[in-house]
Ligand binder design. Sequence first.
Ligand code: GDP
Ligand code: IMO
Ligand code: MG
Length: 431
Amino acid sequence: MSETLVVVGSQWGDEGKGKITDYFATRADMVVRYQGGNNAGHTVVFGGNKYSLQSIPSGIFNPKTVNVMGNGMVVNPVSVIAELEKLHDRGITDYQLFISTRAAMVMPWHSVLDGAYEAGLGNALIGTTKKGIGPAYSDKYSRIGLRMGDLLEPDYFRERLDAALAVKNRELEMLGLPTFDPQQVFDQYMELAKVLGPMITDTSRMVNDALNTPDKRVLFEGAQGMMLCIEHGTYPYVTSSSPSASSVPVGAGIAPKWVRNAIGVAKAYCTRVGSGPFPTELFDEIGDGIRERGHEYGTVTGRPRRIGWFDAVVGRYTAELGGLSHWAVMLLDVLSGLDTIKICVAYDLDGKQIQSPPSTIASLARCKPVYIEMPGWTEDITGIKEFDKLPENAKAYVRKLEEVTGVPVGMISVGPDREQTIIVDPELNNF
Ligand code: GDP
Ligand code: IMO
Ligand code: MG
């Protein structure tokens, strides 16, 4: 039987999915990204080097691991090539990377429109990464999008490009924005195709073949986080795809039966970039301290991240949605030095206590956190390798997270490096 594991963000993104994916990728045969695009910024640290990946899977550092950018992604060819060049400059030249023929292609007008929609929203702006993710997914679902496989068929690509631009240029004109010349775009993309062409293939065939091979280990790397899910997150302050484990079959082109284990990546506190309700948000010096200690500034945009206490209402919700078997609790080291640590265990909505997030944003915006308090610890825990060696209060905090979310903690991260990882449940060593 092949082994599969889904690494899924369980808060508002930037939980440390890159680190956890890299951790397991060292022994994975395949790592598959199944949604999102270069709005993601996944950090991987090992051997004294730090890498930031946007659309390329975090298994890229392992020459034997096949990395797949699945059909559920939106792929910006210019950005993929730039990412590859950055990796080459850092000496990462021995890798296996494949891109789905079916993946939607991010075109130059998508980021222009992303910026224009945001400007049009004024104060109601979403705070997107301006990478064109929303417009690219919109065009996919409007069926006027281009796909990565179109790059392999120049005549067809040209037809699709003309059809798309007939619509898009009219939209750009209406917004008073410069239009695109089909010939120029065609020439540019045929150049990009020379570089990426050999990597573009039917990746769902590859993933299914791997799954049907005994003893293969296939890892699925989510981007963003479940609270940013277009279906189940804090709409409209979300991304335009569904990061949950339920998206893996559609976004990778496989059957649901293969999705058996999902590890929910969650910080020991919460962060969010961009607009939208955030019930446990901190506006005081405790939040500022966490931001500085955790270097909580966006990997993609450099924006300061909003900081809050761990939200177990969100934790229970995403655990259910993601079918989580374990938590990976991240950045526990950042909480060292606090007298008291709070955990939100319920919301107060209009005077009534509720245990799961309301499904409308207007209600969520009125929710007040109900906290329990845990005593903090002062020790530096960044060198600790075993759960038992953690300070008593840190252990108690982790055990409390399990209790209030109902999901066991499988691993704990106490620093950005691959080595700064504590395995709590040895079952995870089976992957
Ligand atoms: P992702 O988008 O989920 O992959 O997460 P990001 O890479 O955007 O953000 C996580 C940040 O936290 C990165 O800068 C990581 O290097 C860093 N990080 C990950 N785990 C830990 C940890 O346990 N402790 C500390 N201090 N930093 C960590
Ligand atoms: P990773 O994979 C954190 C947020 C943006 C914005 C909203 C919509 O690194 O965890 P988009 O550009 O997707 O249309 O922006 O979603 N966002 C993320 N926040 N981490 C991410 O990715 C994010 N990707 C998008 O800040 O609020
Ligand atoms: Mg990130």
